[in-house]
Ligand binder design. Structure first.
Ligand code: SAH
Length: 349
């Protein structure tokens, strides 16, 4: 059932620098307010009566016209590799946000929709159906919640990277996603680099074209097949936007780095011939290919992951063809936090 959110005041965590400048009638105050709103501190649903460096009457206008989005962390599970999954309740349902720590940085994987508008056969989120799009302020809030957890845990590296690889198809919610990316990368805060923010898509051609034109952040395309037959079997909307059209959009931006995700299914898309076809498709592009073993989900069609040996053999073929390729061994799979496993399944830790 579609959820129709009530009309509410703008989210304070959805304010761009231009919005703040308009509300506060001053660039200098906007800078101070952004430092406070997007600064490192525990997540709170309260806006204080005053903040440093901003005149009380001007801040009062923000308090009177904006609200903090109602996002509540109701569960937190930590996998043996440190990957932390947050269950976040918000009006209309809940989403999952995943914090993936590494030695030099932590990455926050955010959701862009409650459920998803697409029906990829291998993805647990698709089984939930679609409830609603998230607002930019709710997407940014997920980053702030996960970053606050990093601040509490000094053993974790700072959360400097964001990937839109949680629940949802970001390009089906493009206006809000573009605003969230603008906020995440804005100066003075949170000030993430454009290369540190990656939006992942299941291949929505009009959205890809717009994203590549309007945003400097990175785009990742979930290719997941080397022929249209294979891809349509696992991603039905490939009928609307087949592989040749996806690659043609990437070729419109030859100077950009294009990230390609390739989930590997046993006996479906993982032969040496598939590897050669993928290399040919991406030939001449500045592409980085990520090979992802399929993480098991309860799926309507029987799909198994390719074996580690097969993935490594595939990797050798694409590598020999000159493609920059990495194998992404799963993280957080013991708490169902790995790619494609986000379906609000609770696990005991
Ligand atoms: N809708 C977007 C973002 C969410 S999925 C997209 O499709 O890109 C993020 C990544 O997880 C995608 O590359 C997707 O192909 C991959 N994925 C989905 N289900 C998976 C599964 N069960 N195992 C491994 N990867 C999966």
């Amino acid at each position: 059932m579609r959820y129709k959110p009530p009309v509410t005041a703008p989210d304070v965590t959805g304010l761009t620098m231009a919005d703040l400048e308009g509300l506060l009638s001053s660039r200098r105050r906007a800078i101070e307010a952004a430092k406070w709103i997007y600064g490192k501190r525990p997540w709170s649903l309260e806006l204080p009566p005053a903040i440093p460096g901003v005149n009380g009457e001007a801040w009062g206008r923000v308090r009177a016209s904006c609200t903090v989005p109602e996002v509540q962390v109701t569960d937190r599970t930590i996998a043996t590799d440190g990957t932390t999954k947050f269950l976040i309740e918000m009006p209309g349902g809940s989403v999952e946000t995943v914090l993936i720590p590494a030695r030099d940085r932590s990455t926050v994987c955010v959701s862009s929709q409650i459920g998803c508008t697409r029906s990829c056969r291998f993805c647990a989120t698709a089984t939930l159906g679609f409830t609603r799009n998230l607002r930019a302020g709710e997407i940014v809030a997920q980053y702030l919640v996960a970053r606050a957890h990093c601040v509490e845990r000094p053993d974790l590296s700072p959360a400097t990277n964001v990937v839109f690889m949680g629940m949802g198809e970001p390009l089906d919610n493009l206006d809000e996603v573009l605003t969230a990316v603008e906020i995440l990368t804005q100066t003075p805060a949170p000030q993430l680099g454009n290369a540190q923010v990656t939006v992942s898509t299941s291949g929505i051609v009009p959205g890809m074209r717009r994203f590549l034109t309007e945003s400097k952040a990175s785009l990742a395309l979930s290719l997941n097949g080397s022929t249209d037959d294979q891809r349509t079997r696992v991603m039905p909307h490939n009928k609307t936007w087949p592989i040749a059209e996806l690659v043609a959009v990437l070729r419109e931006h030859p100077k950009r780095t294009h990230f390609i995700e390739y989930v590997m299914f046993d006996g479906v898309n993982d032969s040496d011939e598939d590897a050669a076809r993928v290399a040919a498709l991406l030939d001449g592009l500045n592409a980085r290919l990520n090979l992802i073993p399929h993480n098991p989900i309860t799926s309507p069609i029987a799909l198994q992951s390719s074996s580690a040996e097969r993935i490594e053999a595939f990797h050798r073929v694409v590598h020999a063809a000159g493609l920059r390729t990495m194998i992404r061994w799963p993280k957080g799979s013991d708490v169902a936090a790995a790619c494609g496993q986000l379906a609000r399944i609770r696990t005991k830790t």
